[in-house]
Design a protein. Structure first.
Length: 308
């Protein structure tokens, strides 16, 4: 199910198109916002994007491949996740490197030589891959709630596995109910869960594109690409790692591993934060992102626990 009438722009990247939109002055430094597994550009809330634009950035948000209004890859059956996780990776149709190349291709389309990049969850893995494979295109990198790709070292908490593995119903109401319930499960215990806002966002995303096999292909790509821990040691891009102390989906040890691996990275652990970005946390996140992009700090790795 897709809604092609939405007012977005498209970049032709290789043999597929990338849907994107922008906020702020294009003459300002570009801040590329990369979303996570199954999440579309609409999950970067316009209020948050405008707040960053007001700090002097040109905000670009986009749909990764196989999600939203970007190109989907429907040929053949969805990859089988369990064999890929166990090391049989040949059935994954693409890898993290392809996600990263898509993002760089979008920058090419926009005529942006270098950008600040921010990724959430799977988006964190994508910007890590960009820093490893395309460091000359990145001014600063921020990984939010991102994994390292070390699958069995970063398993979700057992209590959320039933929700994570639950098949999404084919009906509109059933799909929205299921996704909304999962979002509540992984939400931040330190802030109220805005059920109305979340349900509206889920419904908007469903209306744009509903493609569970596409999400499965994205997950396969992440699992098939393996760990980035060793490669991250060679990253010279100024790096900020933000993670929730209460994240039930990607454990906080993943953030610590990234910060240990990347020389001079800064680690910001936020108490009460789960695997989402609640509205009450937005001012703090905007401050962190803007300060990191402005400072390009050369300080040694610092592990900071905040209460926001």
């Amino acid at each position: 199910m897709t809604n092609p009438s939405e007012r977005v722009d498209y970049a032709q990247v290789g043999d597929h198109r990338v849907a994107y939109d922008t906020f702020g002055d294009p003459d300002h430094p570009t801040l590329l916002m990369v979303m996570g597994l199954g999440a579309q550009l609409v999950h970067w809330d316009p209020v948050l994007c405008n707040a960053l634009a007001d700090r002097g950035f040109h905000i670009v948000r986009f749909d990764n491949r196989d999600i939203g209004l970007s190109t989907h890859y429907p040929d053949g059956p969805p990859p089988r996740i369990v064999p890929i996780a166990l090391g049989f990776r040949s059935t994954a149709p693409y890898r993290m490197s392809d996600f990263a190349a898509d993002a760089v291709g979008l920058l090419d389309h926009l005529g942006v030589e270098q950008a600040h990049v921010v990724g959430a969850s799977l988006g964190g893995a994508i910007v890590q891959t960009m820093a490893i494979e395309h460091p000359h295109r990145i001014l600063t990198m921020t990984s939010v709630m991102g994994p390292t790709g070390s699958t069995f070292a970063e398993l979700p908490r057992l209590r959320i596995l039933p929700s994570f593995l639950k098949r999404t119903p084919p009906t509109v109401d059933g799909a929205i109910d299921t996704i909304h319930a999962f979002n509540r499960t992984i939400s931040s215990p330190g802030w109220p869960f805005d059920a109305e806002r979340d349900r509206e966002k889920v419904a908007t995303a469903y209306a744009r594109a509903f493609d569970p096999p596409g999400v499965q292909r994205q997950l396969a790509a992440m699992l098939a690409s393996g760990s980035r821990r060793k490669a991250l040691r060679g990253v010279k891009v100024p790096t900020l790692v933000i993670h929730g102390a209460e994240d039930p989906l990607v454990p906080v040890r993943a953030a610590r591993a990234i910060a240990r691996a990347v020389p001079d990275a800064r680690l910001e652990i936020v108490e009460g934060m789960g695997h989402d970005a609640p509205v009450g946390l937005w001012p703090h996140l905007v401050d962190l992102l803007a300060e990191h992009a402005r400072s390009r700090s050369d300080e040694r790795t610092t592990d900071v626990t905040t209460t926001a």
